[in-house]
Design a protein around this ligand. Structure first.
Ligand SMILES: Cc1cc2nc3c(=O)[nH]c(=O)nc-3n(C[C@H](O)[C@H](O)[C@H](O)COP(=O)(O)OP(=O)(O)OC[C@H]3O[C@@H](n4cnc5c(N)ncnc54)[C@H](O)[C@@H]3O)c2cc1C
Length: 445
């Protein structure tokens, strides 16, 4: 049976910068705060190796001052991290359901909340092109995460391609770990990037960070306005064909790290009934969503980087802890960071050509092996799912969903629990509660 729900005044989902900042703000003002994250440690995507929280208090991590300050503040705030817990369902108002790995297997758990803060971050966008599913072709952030987890890249030749400043961060990290970065290929045209760069004077820290990355990668070609059009694999190497629309070059590498911007993780917010506009969770001045008592911070409300995630998290935490008088001091900073995010998104927006890279036999849904041709002529995402099983594999459309949206303009019409796949063993021998809840939900759809 599912045990009695643990209760939090403020329950935070996501222990990245936004969630950490929210938890500190709420706990410091007297709320009992629990933080759920599917990773093993605090830190989210950017600090994936983790900044130690209550779950691992002996592991020091003081190289980065910012991380060290946040870690110390989190520990002293009294907020509690419950790692290794993936939120999969919201079965009743005020209750979230998680799956946690235990020595006896995955188990469901429940959490009751008075106020909820969603800080679920974002994931990479993949765009299909001929060869994109070959072994050795991985997401840019995905490769960085693998390397942070111990995957060896020493001596490996890597092409980093796609779009977004993340490409530079990934390339610098790979090089630092011994990889030979062959080239960085940014699809955004120079004409879009120059006005953005010129407007960075009010963000000196970001300029310094960019200069550090470029200095570390001084010997690596950074091609602006180039994108991959196809990849092939021979016995041991990947051949990547790249174009700027006029010329074509071929680079040889061992790994192609490829990501086309980020996609906000809005599924849980959608499941909870929060209003979504232009693929983002809509929030007000207090970071509160359209559902009273549910707040959202960080990437699900807009892709705007670390500083935006931190200030939005702080606002959400203070608002959830009932401290509205402290919010106005943070609004100027939030406006500045949100504005930066908007300019960043405009500068790195996808060019039309990268949405048109598929050949007829290019796989679009890699879980279910659905090709571009099989999807052509369908009227909607729902029809494509029903007729081809596109998006019905283990990733539940997280990878092919944004791709078909780019290719055909279709968007998922509903989110169903569980929002992540749940192993059948998590239901236990006599535990029918979870199945019943999910079945009930689906029958009422
Ligand atoms: C793959 C990737 C790599 C990145 N690498 C860098 C980098 O090297 N440098 C850089 O400056 N920026 C990087 N970024 C961008 C960076 O993540 C943002 O700028 C910012 O830090 C986001 O903070 P956040 O708290 O909103 O989200 P995140 O840091 O993404 O934190 C969200 C957390 O919520 C968890 N989560 C989501 N859904 C659930 C659920 N249902 N149940 C439980 N837990 C859940 C996630 O696992 C994650 O730990 C990266 C982004 C991505 C997607």
């Amino acid at each position: 049976m599912i045990s009695k729900p643990q209760h939090a005044d403020v329950l935070v989902v996501g222990a990245g910068p936004a969630g950490i900042s929210a938890a500190i703000a709420a706990a410091t003002h007297g709320s009992k705060v629990l933080v759920l994250d599917d990773n093993a440690t605090l830190g989210g995507q950017i600090w994936r190796k983790g900044i130690a929280g209550k779950a691992e208090p002996t592991k020091p991590h003081a190289q980065d001052t910012r991380q060290a300050i946040l870690r110390a503040a989190f520990i002293t705030s009294g907020a509690e991290l419950l790692p290794g817990r993936r939120v999969v369902d919201a079965p009743r108002p005020g209750i979230l359901r998680t799956i946690v790995d235990t020595p006896t297997g995955p188990m469901p758990e429940s959490f009751a909340w008075d106020r909820l803060i969603l800080a679920t971050g974002a994931r990479e966008r993949f765009l299909p092109f001929p060869g994109w599913t070959l072994p050795g072709i991985v997401g840019a952030g995905g490769l960085q995460a693998l390397v942070k987890g111990g995957y060896p890249v020493e001596g490996k030749r890597v092409v980093v391609a796609g779009t977004w400043p993340l490409l530079l961060a990934v390339a610098a990290h790979l090089q630092q770990c011994g990889a030979r970065v062959v080239s960085i290929e940014e699809q955004a045209p120079l004409g879009q990037l120059v006005p953005f760069a010129a407007g960075l004077w009010s963000h000196p820290a970001k300029v310094r960070q960019g200069i550090r990355y470029r200095a570390a990668l001084a010997d690596v070609p950074y091609r602006i306005g180039w994108w991959p059009i196809a990849a092939e694999k021979n016995a041991s190497e990947i051949l990547v064909r790249l174009t700027d629309g006029k010329r074509i070059v071929t680079e040889t590498c061992d790994l192609l790290a490829c990501g086309f911007h980020l996609v906000p993780n809005t599924e849980l917010a959608e499941l909870l009934g929060c209003k979504i506009s232009s693929d983002l969770v809509e929030v007000n001045d207090r970071q509160e969503t359209s559902v009273a008592g549910i707040f959202c911070a960080g990437e699900p409300t807009g892709i705007a980087g670390l500083d935006a995630a931190l200030v939005q998290g702080e606002i959400a935490g203070l608002a959830a802890a009932g401290q509205p008088q402290k919010l106005s001091a943070l609004h100027k900073k939030r406006a500045k960071e949100n504005g930066f995010g908007q300019r960043l998104n405009a500068a790195f927006r996808l060019r039309p050509e990268v949405r048109l890279l598929c050949a007829p036999d290019t796989i679009v849904c890699r879980c279910e092996d659905v090709t571009y041709t099989q999807l052509q002529g369908r009227a909607s995402w729902t029809e494509a799912k029903l007729q081809t099983r596109c998006g019905m594999g283990p990733c539940q459309g997280r990878i092919c969903g944004p791709a078909v949206q780019s290719l055909f303009g279709w968007r998922a019409t509903s989110v169903r629990p569980p929002i992540f796949p749940v192993p059948i063993s998590a239901f236990g021998n006599n535990d029918s509660d979870f199945l019943e809840e999910i079945t009930t939900f689906q029958e009422t759809e």
